[in-house]
Ligand binder design. Structure first.
Ligand code: PLP
Length: 425
């Protein structure tokens, strides 16, 4: 077979782009080489519908073992009682939970997308807002913090069947105990979507949702630093204490309802090569190196937030408890879109993001979201954060100065040479 040089050239170019630039997209990271190797191999050839020990295909003895390893390691990391590692993505993990416990038209209550929530928490352009009836809570205009009192008020008024907590652009920790208390008042389930801070929760650096939330979903590729993918977990509620029934009227273990919702509910064959890579990343998370990494994420995020505040930038909620920060650029007279476009020209990647109570559209936005998981993986520490903020500030304050952009880009590229990325490739 002839080699597809076109695509391999593009992969090479992407490697160089990743090496030269400062990656500040909060949802991105760099997996280890062994995680990538575990993703590209013969397990991609295997059909394995079903679950370890109960498949619809022959020849699954080996992939049964690797999938079981992924499950067991994830249970150990989070202290979870049940884990499903098959969701192809975070969106599919959320879809499966909703399919398992909701009927079309049921009410759900999530964090508003424009306040930091995720599309799959009820947005009108997503299945979650089309199939179910979405209601939203938000953050306080002054403090930028989630308004639990309002959540309680809306929950009592609307009686949702599901409350979703978790976010894509919220820099503070969550009060899972309070959310469960609110849910219990109205008989709602709680889904904690920890896609963003999962790696910090894994190491006990943020509150754990497991004691309080019925379901926990995550992606595996953000702070967890694994392959792109999703995962569903449960704590004690896996036994189905609420007696939820299947469409046929049977009461089954909650975990079994979730398994059925993933396959055959919303997916066919699992990606066993990606599941092998998930297992490898979980192996890494169980190591002391990852503990050091997770702690460094917090130090870097706090140091960077302090530098931004020192230069007069407004961080929503005034700072961060986790790996990211959302910056309101309105006092700097530049839109999120212009900021993103300017920074990327200097090989600094961030993403534009709506801020709470934004007066600009989702295409323009008033803010940028910045995260440190990827640069922390590259080996940066607190001593590097001030320099990055200096570059960003200089560019945003003089965004049409092409000479400055070129100069900073040169400096960024030289700076990044000290942080090697995949030297073996
Ligand atoms: N949930 C949250 C909170 C997210 O931030 C994201 C992705 O950004 C997802 C779910 C969806 O993950 P995926 O892109 O893997 O579908």
């Amino acid at each position: 077979m002839q080699r597809d040089q076109q695509i391999f050239d593009l992969i090479g170019q992407e490697l160089e782009r990743q090496r030269h630039g400062i990656e500040l997209i909060a949802s991105e990271n760099f997996t280890s080489l062994q995680v990538m190797q575990a993703m590209g191999h013969v397990m991609t050839n295997k059909y394995a519908e079903g679950y370890p020990g109960r498949r619809y295909y022959a020849g699954c003895e080996i992939v049964d073992q690797s999938e079981q390893l992924a499950i067991d390691r994830a249970k150990q990391i989070f202290g979870a009682a049940y884990v499903n590692v098959q969701p192809h993505s975070g969106a599919q993990a959320n879809a499966a939970v909703m399919l398992a416990i909701l009927q079309p038209g049921d009410k759900i209550l999530g964090l508003d997308l424009s306040m930091g929530g995720h599309l799959t928490h009820g947005s009108s352009v997503n299945y979650s807002g089309k199939l179910y009836q979405p209601h939203f809570y938000g953050v306080n205009k002054e403090t930028g913090l989630v308004e639990y009192d309002k959540m309680e008020e809306i929950a009592n008024r609307e009686k949702p069947k599901l409350i979703v907590c978790g976010a894509s652009a919220y820099s503070r920790d969550w009060d899972y105990k309070r959310i469960r208390e609110i849910a219990d008042q109205v008989g709602a389930f709680v889904l904690a979507d920890i896609a963003h801070p999962a790696g910090l929760i894994a190491k006990g650096l943020l509150n754990s949702p497991f004691a309080h939330c019925h379901f926990v979903t995550t992606t595996t590729h953000k702070t967890l630093r694994g392959p792109r993918g999703g995962m569903i977990m449960m704590g004690a509620d896996f036994e189905n204490p609420f007696g939820l029934k299947t469409p046929k009227g049977e009461t089954r273990l909650m975990s079994s309802l979730i398994d059925t919702a993933v396959f055959p509910g919303i997916q066919g064959g699992p990606l066993e090569h990606v599941i092998a890579a998930k297992a490898v990343s979980f192996f890494e998370i169980l190591s002391d190196d990852y503990t050091v990494y997770a702690n460094q994420i917090l130090k870097n995020a706090q140091s960077m937030a302090k530098s931004f505040v020192g230069k007069g930038y407004e961080i929503i909620s005034g700072g961060t408890d986790n790996h990211l920060m959302l910056i309101d650029l309105r006092n700097k007279n530049i839109s999120g879109k212009k900021a993103e476009q300017t920074l990327v020209k200097a090989d600094i990647t961030v993403n534009k993001n709506m801020v709470p109570f934004d007066d600009k559209s989702a295409f323009v936005t008033s803010g940028i979201r910045i995260g440190v998981p990827a640069i922390t993986t590259r080996g940066m520490n607190e001593s590097h954060m001030g320099q990055i903020v200096d570059w960003i500030d200089a560019l945003l304050m003089d965004a049409d100065n092409e000479g400055l952009i070129l100069k900073v880009r040169g400096e960024v590229n030289t700076f990044m040479q000290q942080f090697s990325l995949y030297p073996e490739l």
